[in-house]
Structures are given as C-alpha cells and as structure tokens.
Design a protein around this ligand. Structure first.
Ligand code: MN
Length: 271
C-alpha cells in the first residue's frame, strides 16, 4: 500500500517535470506516464505531527543565516546591512526526538568545535514562487523546536578560504528536532522565549521577536530564490551565544508554547 502510494507520487512529479521541460505540448501535470522501476528504494524522512496519525514528509531543509542581530554581530557581520541568506541541510540530517525522551546525536567527524544553535522550525504544507509576505503564513502547517548543529571550525576555515561552508552545516544528524505542533492549535508563533541549556546551565536566551526577518518574510524571500513546496521546512535562525558541546553533554532547547527538546551528544560515529 505504502509502496503504491510512493509510486503514484513519483508519477505526478515526473509529469509536472516534463511539463516544465517540454512547454505547451507536455502532458498536463498529474497525468499518468510510464515510470521505470527504481534500482533500489530510499527512505522518505518523515516527522510526526502532534494530534495527527499522518506524518509530515520532508522535501528540503532550508536554514536562514544570521537572523538575530546579536548573533550576526558575534559571527562578525553587521546586522543592519545584511540581506537574508539561506543554506540547506539534507533531508536525512533530521533526527526526530519525542518530547519527554532524550534524543542522541553522534559527535560528528572532522570537527573539534561542534556548536549548538537553538532555532524555531517552520513546516510548509504548500509552496509557490514570489509568495507575498501577507500570504506566507497560510502555507505554514506548524512549528517545532530544532537545533542547527554546526561544525564551527570547518565553517570558519571554509569562510576564510572563500569556499562554500556546506561541510560545516550539512552533515549527518545535524538537524535534531521535535514533532510538529499544528498552527491551528498553537497559533503562528512570533514571540516568546527561545533558549538553550547545556547540562542545566542556560547558554542561549532570547525572544523570537528579536528575529531580523520573521517567518513570513523568510518564506517570501526564499520563494524568490527557489519555488517552495509542501514538505519544505525552514530553520528560522538562532539568537546569540552559540557555543560548543562535547560527547556526554545534554542540551535542552526551549521555545515558549512548545515542549522542550532534549538531545544528548554521544561519542563519535564509528569510522
Ligand atoms: Mn542556524
């Protein structure tokens, strides 16, 4: 049953893709076309939705950079002059952690400076191009607490060499997050405390209202660079006082109105 649904989804996407390539002569989006079987199957990352037996399938994971003024300053840039920019993590970097449990992520390879960044995450149930700010929140199905884990030394080294700093951000298990809380239930969260503690000591402590670009503005901006789709998720930036964790540390991420996210750092991945 699940396999059949997956194949039907692939057919629809394939037809739409042909449509954009072949122009007016193409089959209408959604029309059935012959699709070859795949050599092997790969898992679809999903995130549980509170109060719904159906899970959220992840398409892309977007993250905004330097979206709180004090964090932009600690990263060495001027928040007043910086337009928003985005990067991505792979969908399978997501690690789902249920409230009331402690999730585990490996201490990643190649780094000696593994940083936390507490962030609110927004989940899209629809998309589009050039989305107006005033329509953007209609596309958000809900929110969760997430961590944009970062190999800061690798990010810094790549910045210095003017190379892409993907290796510092887009790595295995770099996006732990909690289940999705529907906007219908918790509202569109725009203010309230966002904080992170490590081993019980508060490290980051701010308010969501300190975002330079709010979630609606982020969606509007991002939709100018890429067409957005249902299944896309957006990490909405971290406040100041990012810092390192080591194996054995336990992080607790907190956002007012959402349950805490608890994540422990295990030893390194086996080589
Ligand atoms: Mn971040």
């Amino acid at each position: 049953m699940a396999e059949g649904m997956t194949r039907r989804t692939a057919v629809t996407v394939g037809a739409a893709g042909l449509g954009s390539l072949a122009g007016a002569a193409a089959a209408p989006a959604g029309a059935a076309i012959a699709v070859s079987p795949t050599l092997f199957s790969i898992p679809q990352m999903t995130i549980p939705v509170v109060g719904n037996s159906a899970a959220f399938p992840v398409r892309r994971v977007y993250c905004i950079g330097r979206n709180y003024a004090a964090h932009a300053r600690e990263m060495g840039s001027d928040p007043s002059r910086e337009p928003p920019f985005f990067f991505q993590k792979p969908a399978d970097a997501v690690v789902v952690v249920q409230p009331g449990t402690t999730g585990t992520i490996a201490y990643p390879t190649l780094t000696k400076n593994f940083h936390y960044e507490i962030e609110m995450v927004a989940f899209l149930k629809g998309g589009g191009r050039n989305i107006p700010i005033e329509k953007a929140l209609e596309l958000v199905i809900g929110y969760s607490v997430g961590l944009d884990m970062t190999r800061r030394d690798l990010q810094d080294a790549m910045k210095k060499e003017q190379k892409p700093w993907e290796i510092g951000k887009a790595f295995d298990q770099s996006a732990p997050l909690g289940p999705i809380h529907l906007a219908d239930k918790v509202g569109h969260i725009a203010k309230g405390r966002i904080a992170l503690s490590v081993n019980g000591a508060v490290k980051q402590n701010s308010d969501l209202s300190n975002m330079i670009w709010n979630v609606a503005e982020q969606i509007a901006q991002l939709s100018r660079a890429n067409e957005l789709f249902a299944g896309d998720i957006i990490f909405s930036g971290t406040p100041e006082n990012v810092g390192p964790v080591v194996a054995g540390d336990a992080m607790v991420g907190m956002i007012a109105g959402l349950p805490d996210l608890t994540v422990k750092v295990a030893g390194p991945l086996p080589v």
